[in-house]
Design a binder for this molecule. Structure first.
Ligand SMILES: [Cu+2]
Length: 151
């Protein structure tokens, strides 16, 4: 009787160990330009990615104060609210309201020739929820946005 219980315990342990996939950081590159455009309308990461590293490169020439871009990830439903608050949050805050819990991940704002990177865990995202990425520089998010898909 005792032996059976031990075997049952061991198989439970094995089953739960299998649920944790090996960590895998998937890299995504995206550019922004002087015409207020990203080069991607959608980002899709594979199901085995546990973390995502996004690198935003500004391939234009304009300074950040004039044509700055960042990369912000949030639920699609939160995008307008974050962008609205971000517009008033100021350049020094990367146009993100300080402590905005709706923001899942974001880079700093970059200008022409500059690059910024952010890494986040896929565990912050829920299956079945719609997520989007966008630029929170005032006036940009209506054009600079796209769907973020995973799994
Ligand atoms: Cu922008």
């Amino acid at each position: 009787m005792k032996a059976i219980r031990i075997i049952a315990c061991a198989s439970l342990l094995l089953a739960s160990a299998g649920a944790f996939a090996a960590p895998k950081t998937c890299k995504v590159d995206i550019t922004g330009n002087d015409a207020m455009q990203y080069d991607k309308k959608e980002i899709s990461v594979a199901a085995d990615c546990t973390d995502v590293e996004v690198t935003l490169k500004h391939i234009g020439k304009l300074p950040a104060q004039a044509m700055g871009h960042n990369w912000v990830l949030a639920k699609t439903a939160d995008m307008a609210g974050i962008a609205g608050d971000g517009a008033g949050a100021g350049f020094a805050n990367d146009h993100i309201k300080p402590g905005d819990a709706r923001v899942i991940a974001h880079t700093k704002i970059v200008g022409g020739g500059q690059t910024a990177t952010v890494t986040f865990s896929i565990s912050k995202l829920k299956k079945g929820e719609a997520y989007s990425f966008f630029c929170s520089f005032p006036g940009h998010w209506s054009i600079m946005k796209g769907a973020f898909k995973f799994g």
